[in-house]
Design a protein around this ligand. Structure first.
Ligand SMILES: [Fe+2]
Length: 604
C-alpha cells in the first residue's frame, strides 16, 4: 500500500512516499525548482517519489496533506478581525492565493498531477508529532512539537505508544515561541523562516544583556513552559512586519537593515533570545516529563532545529534519550502526514524494531549511478578521473588533508535542511583558515557563521562532550576540555578578530563558546562517507572533518550532478567528487557565465 504525503504553500514544500509504512522517498521541492524554501506545489518532488517506487499518480492508495487549510484560513480571518482595519493590506495580499489555491488542495493536486482520488488531511502538529515519533527508535516516548504556527497551534505535547499517538495539549496562536524567535530574526536583519539559524550562530558572540527585558516586557513564561506574548510589541497579527516601533524603542533603535554590519547590539540580542528560548524549551520538557513519566522524548517543528537548545535538553533535561526528526520544519510534515495515515488512520503496527530508527540516515532523496555521472561528464567534456573502490576514500582524504576544499556528491540526497555527507562540502577541521576560506570564498556568506564537524561515531566522545550518536547534526555539544586552547579576553575585540583566534585542535569547527554542531558518522547509514573519515584519520590522526552543505548562500543544496558542477565552478572549491569520479578545478575548462550570477539568488 502506497501513501503519498504532501506539505506545501507555506515554506519548504515537500513530498514523501511510504510503502507499507516504510519510507520509499522524501524530498523538498526547492532541490528541483532551485528556489530556496520553495513554498509552491511540490510537483517535481511528487514525481520523484512516484518514480522511485516505479508507480504512476493513480497508484497511491491515499494522498494526505499535512495541514487543514480551512482551520488556517479561519485563524487568518480571526486575526484580521482582531486588528481591523489595520492589516488590510496584508489581508488583501493574502486573499487571492487563498481563494485560488490554498483552500483547494484537492483541485490543485488534480490540475498539477492528474490525481483523481480522495485527499486526506492531518492537523499540522499531528503531522509534526507523527514525523517525530513514528520514525524514532522508541516504542514509547513523550512528544513535543514547537513551531511558528500551524492552523491555530504553535506547540503541542503528548505521547506515542506502539502505533498510536495522543496529543494532550496545545499552545495557540498568537502565543508562539517560533514566532517570537522569528520576530528577533527579523529585528536583527535576517530573513524570517530562514535566518533563524544565523541568529542562533550569532548568539555566542554576545552577552544575554536583554534577557531580563525580554522576560519583563515581551513574554511571560508559565511554569509548564507555555508562554504569553505581549502583543503590543509585535506586528504579526495584521502587519507585514514582525515587530513594531515600540519593540524598536525597547531595544534602543530601529531593526538592523539586512546586509549592514552586525553590531554588538545584535549579538547581545541574539544571545538574549537564545537564552529565553532555551529556558522555555527546558520548562516545556520538564513539564512534559512530569505529565507522562516516560523516559524518551521525540521532537519536531521548526524550533526543534535549534540544536543548541536540543543539546541543553539532553544535558539538563529529565529525559534519558532524545530523537529529533531531521526534517523538523514543515517539509517533514509530508512524512509525518503519510505515517499518520498508515499508523493512526489505518491502525497498522510499526514495523521498525525498537532501538533502530526508520529514517535511514535521512538519505531519502535522488541519487545518480556512476553510469549517469560518467555520461554527464563525457557529454560535457569535463575532465575527470574514475576512482577504484580501493583508492576512492584515500584520494579524497588526501585532498582534504592537503588543505583542499572538496565538494562531495554521493548517494541519496538528504531529506531535511542539513547536509550529512551526500551533498556536502568538506574541509580540514585542523586548519585555522578553513572557516574563513569556506565562508567567504566558497559559500559567499557571512564570515561569523560557524561550521559543523563530521566525526567517526566511534571516536565522537574523544573530541566532544557527547556520549551518544548524533547522526542528524541536531545536537550541539562542547569540544572536550583538554582539546581547548586558552583564549585572550574577548571584551571589546571586533568580531573578525575574535574569529581568528584558534580555540582548539579542531579550530574550524569550534565555535566561539567551544561548542560544535555534531554529525556522527557510522558505517551502516553512510559507508562511503565513513570510509573517507576513516582514511582521513589514518592519514592525520584526526577523526573530524568540516562538513557544510553543498550550495552557496541563497541557493538550495545541490541535487543533480549539473547543480554540483555549477556550484563547484562558481566557487573556489578545489575538487569535486561525483560518486566514484573526481574532478580537479585546475583541469576544468574555463567556466563561462555572467559575472553577476549571484544576483539571481535571493539572499537568505
Ligand atoms: Fe510547522
Amino acid at each position: 500500500m502506497f501513501i503519498l504525503g504532501i506539505s506545501c504553500f507555506y515554506h519548504d514544500s515537500a513530498a514523501c512516499l511510504i510503502q507499507d509504512g516504510h519510507i520509499v522517498a522524501a524530498v523538498q521541492e526547492e532541490r528541483f525548482s532551485r528556489k530556496k524554501h520553495d513554498p509552491g506545489f511540490p510537483k517535481n518532488a511528487i514525481q520523484f517519489c512516484l518514480a522511485e517506487a516505479g508507480i504512476g499518480v493513480e497508484a497511491p492508495n491515499y494522498v494526505v496533506f499535512y495541514d487543514k487549510p480551512f482551520l488556517t484560513f479561519e485563524r487568518l480571518l480571526m486575526s484580521y478581525l482582531t486588528v481591523a482595519p489595520k492589516g488590510l493590506r496584508s489581508w488583501l495580499e493574502a486573499m487571492p492565493i487563498w481563494l485560488g489555491r490554498k483552500l483547494h488542495v484537492h483541485k490543485v493536486l488534480q490540475q498539477e498531477t492528474g490525481y483523481e482520488g480522495d485527499v486526506l488531511f492531518t492537523e499540522h502538529h499531528e503531522a509534526h508529532a507523527a514525523s517525530a515519533f513514528y520514525p524514532s527508535p522508541f516504542s514509547e516516548a513523550a512528544i513535543l512539537t514547537i513551531d511558528g504556527v500551524g492552523e491555530w497551534a504553535t506547540a503541542s505535547y503528548g505521547f506515542g505508544r506502539g502505533n498510536d499517538i495522543a496529543l494532550l495539549k496545545e499552545l495557540h496562536f498568537p502565543d508562539s515561541l517560533g514566532l517570537l524567535y522569528s520576530a528577533f530574526t527579523y529585528f536583527t536583519g535576517f530573513r524570517v523562516n530562514s535566518g533563524e539559524y544565523k541568529l542562533m550562530g550569532l548568539a555566542p558572540y554576545g552577552m544575554p544583556r536583554y534577557k531580563e527585558l525580554i522576560l519583563s516586557e515581551l513574554v511571560d513564561i508559565k511554569e509548564d513552559g507555555s508562554i504569553r506574548l505581549n502583543l503590543s510589541y509585535f506586528d504579526f497579527l495584521g502587519g507585514l512586519r514582525m515587530t513594531n516601533r515600540r519593540f524598536a524603542r525597547l531595544f534602543s533603535g530601529a531593526p538592523r537593515k539586512p546586509e549592514t554590519p552586525i553590531s554588538q547590539r545584535e549579538m547581545d540580542i541574539a544571545a538574549s533570545i537564545q537564552a529565553v528560548t532555551e529556558d522555555v524549551v527546558l520548562r516545556m520538557v520538564r513539564h512534559l516529563h512530569k505529565e507522562t513519566g516516560l523516559k524518551n522524548l521525540c521532537l519536531a517543528g521548526g524550533v526543534a532545529l535549534n540544536c543548541v537548545a536540543n543539546g541543553r535538553i539532553l544535558r539538563e533535561g529529565p529525559f534519558e534519550d532524545l530523537w529529533i526528526q531531521p526534517a523538523a520544519g514543515d517539509a517533514g510534515g509530508a512524512l509525518g502526514a503519510a505515517l499518520s495515515v498508515w499508523h493512526r488512520y489505518l491502525q497498522q503496527e510499526r514495523r521498525d524494531p525498537a532501538g533502530r530508527d526508520g529514517q535511514r540516515g535521512s538519505y531519502l532523496g535522488p541519487s545518480y549511478s556512476n553510469d549517469a555521472i560518467v555520461a554527464f561528464l563525457e557529454n560535457n567534456g569535463y575532465p575527470y578521473r574514475k576512482l577504484t573502490r580501493e583508492e576512492r576514500a584515500r584520494t579524497i582524504a588526501e585532498a582534504i588533508a592537503g588543505g583542499k576544499i572538496v565538494g562531495y556528491f554521493s548517494g541519496c540526497m538528504e531529506f531535511g535542511p542539513r547536509a550529512l555527507g551526500a551533498r556536502s562540502i568538506l574541509g580540514d577541521a585542523r586548519r585555522s583558515d578553513t572557516q574563513t576560506v569556506m565562508n567567504l570564498k566558497i559559500k559567499f556568506r557571512e564570515s561569523f557563521r560557524p561550521f559543523a564537524p563530521s566525526v567517526l561515531e566511534s571516536k565522537a566522545s574523544e573530541y566532544f562532550e557527547l556520549d551518544r550518536p548524533s547522526p542528524y547534526m541536531l545536537l550541539v555539544a562542547n569540544v572536550r576540555e583538554e582539546r581547548r586552547l586558552a583564549q585572550p579576553s574577548e571584551d571589546g575585540r571586533p568580531m573578525l578578530e575574535r574569529l581568528k583566534t584558534r580555540r582548539s585542535d579542531i579550530p574550524a569547527v569550534t565555535h566561539l563558546d567551544y561548542s560544535a554542531r555534531i554529525q556522527t558518522v557510522n558505517p551502516d547509514h553512510k559507508p562511503d562517507y565513513h570510509a573517507v573519515l576513516t582514511e582521513f584519520e589514518k592519514l592525520t590522526g584526526c577523526a573530524v572533518i568540516v562538513n557544510t552543505s553543498f550550495n552557496v548562500r541563497g541557493e538550495p543544496i545541490v541535487c543533480r550532478p549539473k547543480d554540483a558542477y555549477r556550484c563547484f565552478m562558481r566557487t573556489e572549491m578545489d575538487a569535486l567528487v561525483l560518486e566514484d569520479c573526481i574532478l580537479f578545478k585546475e583541469e576544468q575548462p574555463p567556466w563561462k557565465e555572467r559575472a553577476d550570477w549571484r544576483n539571481d539568488l535571493e539572499l537568505d
